[in-house]
Design a protein around this ligand. Structure first.
Ligand SMILES: [Zn+2]
Length: 273
């Protein structure tokens, strides 16, 4: 699959804030992201589970990475780090809580920490649930969010190391970002997520329209990424566990959002669509 580049629309208002984001498909359905800060020319990589497709993309563009950003310790997100670090000597940035299980970490960050990538200010959110140490990176000026396996287009990550309460809190934190914030998540799961989403939010017209768009995109072999916070807030059932329509649709009217979220997550775990 060919990689595709998107220029942030933030660049139309603030030229210095632009980051080019290149999607690099890996394995069956992972996305690795290669970033280039327009102002400084610095190049970063997010979640390189595999080195080979990243090296091919960098070679093709003549780019040399200075930074690697890691959202969590799963091998399909860090498996290429050792080879990339040996080859390019980038600074590897990841979660302080995962320092014991992410080899090659240079900079360990946690909730509320900030770092810099070229001219970009980068803010870290602690988002436990999929894993206990999971973090997300928000590039403020470009308004681009890299949530790893916490938030997907129309979905969220499985709860391998966290509780529904933790994951709901993590998602609410990300949901609070502004509507135009672009979301670059760790996997292309959107089509199967859409098939599930309509079963728990059947009256949502925006969701139905989006499900049709997604089916058409995938039919053409195109990525469904990036999504935006605004689109997810309106259509992603995992962000809508406090919406009365969703609560009623899953048979839990008036229940707490945490309880409704847990029900939706459990149904998805058993969904065969
Ligand atoms: Zn994962």
């Amino acid at each position: 699959m060919a990689s595709q580049a998107y220029h942030g629309f933030a660049s139309q208002q603030r030229e210095s804030a632009a980051v080019e984001v290149v999607l690099v498909p890996a394995f069956a359905d992972n996305y690795i992201y290669v970033l280039r800060d327009d102002a400084s020319g610095k190049v970063g990589i997010v979640d390189p589970g595999d080195a080979a497709p990243v090296i091919a993309e960098l070679d093709r563009r003549g780019w040399t990475p200075t930074h690697i950003f890691l959202t969590h310790h799963h091998n399909d997100h860090i498996g290429g780090v050792a080879e990339l670090k040996a080859r390019y000597r980038p600074t590897v940035i990841g979660a302080r809580a995962d320092a014991h299980r992410i080899p090659d970490l240079d900079v360990a960050l946690g909730e509320g920490d900030r770092t810099v990538f070229g001219e970009q200010a980068v803010r870290v959110f602690a988002v436990p649930g999929h894993t206990s140490g999971h973090i997300a990176f928000w590039f403020e000026g470009a308004d681009a969010l890299f949530p790893g396996d916490t938030l997907f287009a129309l979905g969220c990550g499985r709860l391998f190391e966290g509780t529904p309460e933790q994951m709901w809190d993590s998602l609410v934190q990300l949901r609070a970002l502004s509507d135009p914030t672009r979301i670059y998540c760790g996997h292309e799961y959107t089509l199967s997520n859409a098939r599930f989403a309509v079963t728990v939010d059947p009256e949502n017209a925006a969701l139905r329209a989006r499900a049709d768009e997604i089916a058409a995109l995938r039919e053409r072999g195109e990525p469904t990424i990036p999504s935006t916070i605004g689109v997810e807030r309106r259509t992603n059932p995992f962000l809508r566990a406090d919406d009365p329509a969703v609560q009623a649709a899953v048979g839990l009217p008036g229940a707490t959002p945490e309880r409704v979220f847990a029900e939706i997550r459990s149904r998805k775990d058993h969904f065969r669509g």
